[in-house]
Design a protein around this ligand. Structure first.
Ligand SMILES: Nc1ncnc2c1ncn2[C@@H]1O[C@H](COP(=O)(O)OP(=O)(O)O)[C@@H](O)[C@H]1O
Ligand SMILES: [Mg+2]
Length: 314
């Protein structure tokens, strides 16, 4: 059986004046899966989404979305997809219901009133349905956005940072909606700055760095690659080199010291490293310890590690 890709992009490039926002963007998203595009601000996530949704034209490269060529069959692509996110356009003067009906009519959906009512119910907006969208909370507004994107039942849905700035409850609602879409067979491509979000939702993660996909893999795969972060606080800055030696040996990666905070830390790929062992080894080496911990790496550390360490291979 051959995999059918909902999105298949090869070498997409986009330049804004001097800025090379995309420098060879490659991505393959199997149909019916959720792909999380992860990356720091400015990595090119939004540009990638805008290209893949035909809102911008690529300078070079090619892509197929829902089986259609992005440039030559742009209108077929547009019919197969929806996009919501940072630039979504629900009208604040209209009520939630009016917005959805308007979208339904624009897209010639049969039974626009029923479709609007279904979506309002599905996103918990029935009670607020007849209030102007401008009175909605951030979370409600975002849910309405998402509902608007689903009026047409797209085959591929693009979400650009759907939960940025939302409270945890609203974030959970969006996550649930994405899971439900996946169950219905919709392919979802979402960008996020949150590692946890990609972890919760994505079958595959594409880590973007400076206009490219630097690494791809399942969350499990990437985490195994990245490991956890070991950090210790010493009582005396003179002990930092000794602590660094111990960390170097235990983690297999070069530790970073901070003299001001008297800390030394390193990413570890050794899944068997435990806190007791870390403390024991430091103690045995005569390091005066104030604190020690093992925690999941932050997104910054993930990127630092994956974009600067050539030893890591996916
Ligand atoms: N319309 C534009 N004009 C000029 N520069 C842009 C424009 N859109 C994006 N950029 C630049 O392209 C790079 C990638 O931006 P973007 O795709 O928005 O990244 P992300 O969504 O990952 O934060 C950034 O350096 C950004 O400043
Ligand atoms: Mg963006």
């Amino acid at each position: 059986m051959t995999t059918t890709y909902a999105v298949l992009s090869e070498g997409l490039e986009k330049r804004f004046g001097e800025v090379r926002a995309l420098r060879g963007f490659d991505l393959a998203v199997p149909q019916g899966t959720v792909c999380g595009i992860l990356g720091p601000n400015g990595a090119g996530k939004t540009t990638a989404i805008r290209l893949l949704t035909t809102l911008l034209r690529p300078d070079a490269g090619s892509a197929r979305v829902a089986g259609h060529d992005l440039v030559r069959e742009a209108s077929a692509v547009r019919r197969a997809i929806s996009v919501t996110g940072q630039y979504a356009t629900v009208d604040g003067d209209l009520t939630g219901r009016q917005n959805l009906r308007l979208f339904a009519r624009l897209h010639r959906v049969r039974g626009p009133a029923e479709r609007a009512a279904d979506l309002l119910a599905r996103f918990g907006l029935t009670e607020a349905a007849d209030r102007p969208a401008s009175t909605y909370s951030g979370g409600m507004r975002r849910r309405l956005d998402l509902a608007a994107g689903l009026v047409r039942r797209p085959r591929v849905l693009f979400l650009d940072e759907p939960t940025t700035g939302l409270d945890p409850a609203s974030r959970g609602d969006i996550w649930e909606a994405v899971r439900e879409l996946k169950r219905d067979g919709t392919t979802v491509l979402l960008t996020t700055q949150y590692l946890e979000e990609a972890d919760q939702l994505a079958d595959d993660i594409a880590l973007m760095d400076r206009g490219r996909v630097a690494h791809t893999g399942s969350p499990h795969h990437l985490k195994a690659l990245i490991g956890s972060y070991a950090e210790v606080v010493v009582a005396d800055a003179d002990a930092l080199p000794k602590a660094a030696d111990v960390l170097d040996r235990l983690t297999g990666t070069r530790p970073a010291s901070d003299h001001g905070r008297r800390t030394v830390g390193a990413v570890t790929r050794d899944a068997t490293l435990t806190l007791p062992r870390l403390v024991r080894e430091l103690d045995a080496a005569g390091v005066p310890l104030l604190d020690a911990g093992l925690r999941p790496p932050t997104l910054d550390e993930v990127f630092l590690r994956l974009t600067t360490d050539q030893e890591v291979t996916t």
